[in-house]
Write a protein of this length. Structure first.
Length: 201
């Protein structure tokens, strides 16, 4: 029984190590905090194509992927009600000071601005987000679901591209496990079962 537990633990350990190395996503969770949008940040990623940041961490085309379909007053500068978060570039943290929205209701760019980070970012740089903030953005302006973005920057023709990208989760959603992780666990357990069967023969 002890060997069985050890082998299952080993399979799970290697699955966790594999997943943490292969899938370096930036994750942004958006939740309802008394009607306000609360953003929780985690993760980091490597820049694959250099581009422009313009004083913050920007997501492009929220309306185009149906992330947002609310009030047109969404446009402009919005305040942080509580909490703290950082935009991290190559291990240097820049405090997020406000949230800004560019564009119209058909093509929004959502920016978490620090006002002090470098304007440009180079390929090979590591970018990330950490912390949690409650904003004066109305939570109901966002559509619940899981959305993916691959670029950082407000300018569609000069964005910095990421290697793995950004997962933007709105509401109580349950992300589906990566297929490769499930396959890895399956192969491990199948191999264990095969070895047990051979021992009985």
């Amino acid at each position: 029984m002890r060997k069985l537990i050890q082998k299952i633990s080993a399979v799970l350990f290697f699955a966790v190590v594999f997943s943490s190395n292969a899938f370096a996503l930036i994750i942004i969770d958006v939740n309802d905090n008394n009607g306000n949008a609360e953003f929780s940040f985690s993760g980091s990623d490597v820049v694959s194509t250099s581009g422009q940041l313009n004083n913050g961490f920007w997501l492009n085309d929220l309306a185009e992927v149906m992330t947002y379909s609310g009030d047109p007053n969404f446009f402009g500068q919005h305040s942080i009600v509580s909490g703290a978060a950082d935009f991290v570039l190559d291990n240097e943290a820049y405090g997020i000071q406000d949230v800004w929205v560019n564009g119209d209701r058909y093509d929004h760019e959502l920016g978490f601005r620090s006002h002090s980070n470098p304007f440009n970012v180079s390929a090979g740089s590591i970018v990330g987000l950490t912390g949690s903030i409650v904003t004066d953005l109305n939570y109901s302006w966002f559509n619940e679901g899981i959305y993916s973005f691959i670029s950082v920057g407000p300018y569609s023709n000069e964005e910095a591209l990421l290697t793995e990208g950004i997962q933007f989760n709105v509401g109580s959603v349950n992300p589906v496990p990566e297929p490769s992780i499930i396959a890895l666990l399956g192969f491990g357990l199948a191999g264990f079962g095969f070895s047990r069967r051979n021992k009985k023969v």
